[in-house]
Design a binder for this molecule. Structure first.
Ligand code: MG
Ligand code: MG
Length: 630
């Protein structure tokens, strides 16, 4: 199977697009005439440029309002087709997409349309061109691939075939299983797009909200499985109209697109017997057992401040790296590293972002296999020179430029803490707060980049995405979406900031794209943890009394219980499965903070209803005393 992408799917001028598409590893492009109308060269030059990038023109599109026209329009439509065939000859394109007629003049009738296609097939054949027919979901008479197939069947011409587009089939809720009865050699081309489930006008939905397979909610996998079962083995092409992609980076959108196709084909191979799509062998999605460590890059002064905060959270400094300036702070199953080296990755991360989380360590079954899968999916492996006695720990670069290391139970990796760290014991021991593990890691990015992050995590790791929720910041919306696995051993919340006046946007802008904005630690007893923190001198985020009045109105809580929450600034939520408790630090620096959470009885969420109160409190705290409000 070959891969292609429509040039309209990405931004940039024509040459930028070609360079990005070729670099991402695609075999071909779908070309739109509009795409090169603004370009100075003629069609021959355009075709040569495409081939010079190592790409082929897999499809020329669109040819509109063709079939079922009355005279005199019918004659004109055929004249128009002849001119397109000549243009395609100059470009070096041999397949044209004809989409179903939307003109009010179109007469309808399967046989009439079939006769028109037969004649078009005759003319196309003289130019060495093939014609593919696609049912638009909003076509006037044909809006279903089953009707388009019947027309192609009756046209009965070797140069006329069917084009399938996942959006048009799935948006109209047509069962993709109906594709299995179509002969694979009559399918000329396959276009793929996903989309979020939103009830809206089909045309508007299609033109603005399509996204890459796996990024939306449509059953693109079921669609491609059905196509693969027909024996079709030609091109899978992305035809994605999306406003954010057209404003995004051509390079990163192309990489996302290619990743989405590789991931999709791998899923098809795993789920459809007798089908073997040509994607490199890779291990199945990686199961993550937990977060092994989180590493901060800092200078000495910030390291001391961060250490002091960790101390109030009940962490003790328990180890020191044998050869590097890296301290290990631990409590329960949580390990935090503070790296103050003057060279290496952590230092360059510090130079760009200031003090920040530069590295996350995940526990997996097989670290080498994890890097192998990530690499096939287009992630960058990471290596840096290691010192004597240090272990080589497999790693990749995350989307935001931070690192992800993988620790497994095989080999020496499991003993990295004993091998690379020597024990230290500080005189000042904090009261243990009973923190057991990292509950979730919250990463912030520009809203436009959220889908990139989502696809990265869900394609490499065995995780699912939850529906997106809007979080209200007084200065604007922040979109929040969760990537998590079934056991809860990996939970990442993605927060997409739309502007820099929100707390998330401010953090992103001021830290120059650092991604981890907060870490949430789990405890089995939030009240005991709060008391331990107080004994350690922790300053918690002060929550407005209005919040507790609102909480009482929402849940009708026992007044003693409400008092206990209020006294400790603990936030509360409840769902069908259980209860959730949250305690926050104020935000430090440009907006980083810590959170403590307790989940009771299988609560699944993240306290989304509380986020606006937390944000308002943190913003109040950030405003220097005496500064006028405006
Ligand atoms: Mg299409
Ligand atoms: Mg949180």
């Amino acid at each position: 199977m070959k891969t292609a992408i429509a040039t309209v799917s990405i931004s940039g001028d024509f040459t930028e697009k070609l360079a990005a598409i070729a670099a991402a590893g695609f075999d071909g492009i779908e070309i739109f005439e509009n795409d090169f109308l603004a370009f100075d060269g003629g069609p021959r030059e355009v075709g040569q440029m495409v081939r010079d990038h190592g790409l082929e023109i897999s499809l020329f599109q669109p040819f509109r309002d063709f079939e079922g026209m009355p005279e005199p329009q019918r004659a004109r439509v055929f004249d128009r087709a002849e001119r397109k065939f000549e243009l395609m000859g100059e470009l070096g394109a041999d397949l044209v997409l004809v989409c179903s007629n939307v003109s009010p003049l179109a007469l309808g009738g399967i046989d009439r349309a079939a006769a028109d296609f037969h004649e078009l097939g005759e003319r196309a054949a003289r130019h060495g061109i093939r014609v593919g027919y696609e049912a638009l979901a909003w076509g006037r008479h044909v809006s279903d691939h089953r009707d388009a197939w019947e027309i192609v069947r009756r046209a009965d011409h070797p140069n006329v075939g069917l084009i399938l587009d996942s959006f048009h089939t799935l948006a109209r809720k047509i069962d993709p299983e109906t594709i299995r009865s179509i002969p694979g050699d009559r399918i000329f081309f396959v276009q793929l797009a996903d989309a979020p489930k939103i009830e809206m006008d089909l045309l508007y939905w299609s033109r603005h909200f399509r996204n890459m397979p796996g990024e939306g909610d449509l059953d693109v996998l079921g669609f491609v499985r059905a196509i693969a079962a027909t024996g079709y083995d030609d091109v899978l092409s992305l035809e994605v109209f999306n406003d954010q992609f057209r404003g995004g980076s051509p390079k990163s959108i192309s990489i996302d697109g290619h990743r989405s196709l590789i991931y999709l084909m791998d899923q098809v191979n795993r789920s459809e017997p007798d089908v073997r799509m040509s994607v490199p062998q890779m291990p199945d999605r990686i199961k993550v057992d937990g977060v092994e460590f989180v590493e901060f890059a800092a200078d000495e002064e910030e390291a001391a401040e961060l250490g002091a905060i960790l101390h109030t959270l009940g962490f003790k400094r328990s180890g020191k790296h044998v050869s590097k300036d890296v301290d290990l702070w631990s409590q329960g199953g949580v390990k935090i590293l503070i790296n103050t080296e003057r060279e290496g990755f952590a230092h360059s991360s510090y130079v760009v972002h200031g003090a920040n989380v530069c590295d996350i360590g995940l526990r997996v079954n097989d670290a080498a296999a994890t890097v192998q899968r990530a690499r096939v999916l287009g992630a960058d492996p990471f290596e840096q020179p290691i010192g004597p006695g240090q272990l080589k720990i497999p790693a990749i670069r995350g989307v935001g430029g931070g690192l992800i290391h993988f620790i497994d139970g095989e080999s020496d990796l499991a003993r990295v803490w004993d091998i690379e760290f020597e024990q230290v014991s500080d005189a000042k021991i904090p009261v243990d707060a009973g923190l057991t593990r990292i509950d979730h890691i919250a990463q912030t990015m520009n809203y436009e980049e959220m889908l990139t992050w989502l696809l990265f995590y869900t394609s490499i790791f065995e995780t699912e995405k939850t529906p997106m929720v809007d979080v209200v910041d007084p200065a604007g919306l922040v979109r929040s979406q969760v990537i998590e696995n079934a056991s809860g051993s990996l939970r990442i919340t993605l927060n997409g900031a739309e502007n820099r006046r929100t707390l998330a946007g401010h953090f992103l802008a001021e830290s120059f794209g650092s991604s981890v904005q907060h870490l949430a630690f789990a405890t089995d007893d939030i009240f005991a943890a709060a008391d331990a923190l107080e004994a350690n001198g922790f300053v918690s985020l002060v929550i407005s009394p209005n919040y507790y009045d609102d909480l009482d109105a929402r849940f009708g809580l026992d007044s003693d219980f409400l008092d206990r929450l209020r006294e400790r600034n603990i936030l509360y939520d409840r769902d069908d499965h259980g209860e959730y408790f949250q305690l926050y630090s104020p935000s430090y620096g440009e907006g980083f903070f810590f959170e403590l959470v307790e989940r009771r009885g299988g609560y699944r969420g993240y306290g989304a209803a509380n986020a606006q109160f937390r944000i308002a409190a943190q913003k109040r705290h950030m405003r220097p005393a005496g500064m006028p409000r405006h």
